[in-house]
Ligand binder design. Sequence first.
Ligand code: SAH
Length: 281
Amino acid sequence: MLEDYSQHPQLAKIRIVLIETSHPGNIGAVARAMKNMGLSQLVLVNPKEFPSQVASARASSASDLLDQATVVESLDDALVGTTLVVGASARLRKVAWPQLSVRETASLTLQTTLNSEVALVFGREDSGLSNAEMDKCHYLAHIPTNPHYSSLNLSAAVQIFAYECLMASPIKAGDNVNAEVLSKNVVAQTRQGYVHDLASSDQLEGFYTHLHQALQDIKFLDPQKNARFMRRMRRIFNRTQLDIKEVDILRGILTAAQRQANPQTHAQALSSPAEDNTDKE
Ligand code: SAH
């Protein structure tokens, strides 16, 4: 009996997230690209048309992925429980985002799936991913192309990421002599000495909301001029890959600052889970 790669526990933890896809045919083509490489989790954020006959026809024998696909209303919903989020972008941005190559993305993805879930996020056919959506990604990954025409078809972009994930997986590690070395390098760069469970995307969003509020409460941040500043804050913290305990400690500090700034509204009841921030490790 031939092995079904989609049963592999690591590949099963990779989510392909498509944002506001316009053409159902592209959704079908993505399902096919995924199934060929052993990926199975498809998450659709506000697709224009789904379910769709056109999508099923294009998916061919991968229409089971469409039947199991999850449809959600926001990127936040799509990212719940993930600890690594990579945004695929046809454009390199004016704001410098931390970047990985597709191959590095695959190595880090496979490493992360040993413990938790990963999301690879793809944008709209016409306008890609917004900066606000990129804010929720730890890294940007770009497929090098002819600079005169850098935008791949959505399913072609997914195909390249999915292929690299399969090649970085233990299934194909024997075929890919560089996978192990690359994986060690990427992991060493990003997670040296890492021992705790990483904070999930939803825990990080809770932290960013708290940080935003606390910075206003202590009169550091002008509510009118804060988008760029918060983007910079996210970049700092996303780069460091906070673990759950660290998020608790930071939120404890924020709560203490809020209490100093406004003792009435931030009485004991607001104490955060990190109230006891002594290090017990
Ligand atoms: N016109 C859009 C491109 C949309 S293509 C733009 O300028 O942003 C649809 C999606 O496919 C993109 O949002 C991205 O997720 C993926 N994609 C296309 N080309 C890519 C490339 N060269 N590198 C990485 N992702 C790419």
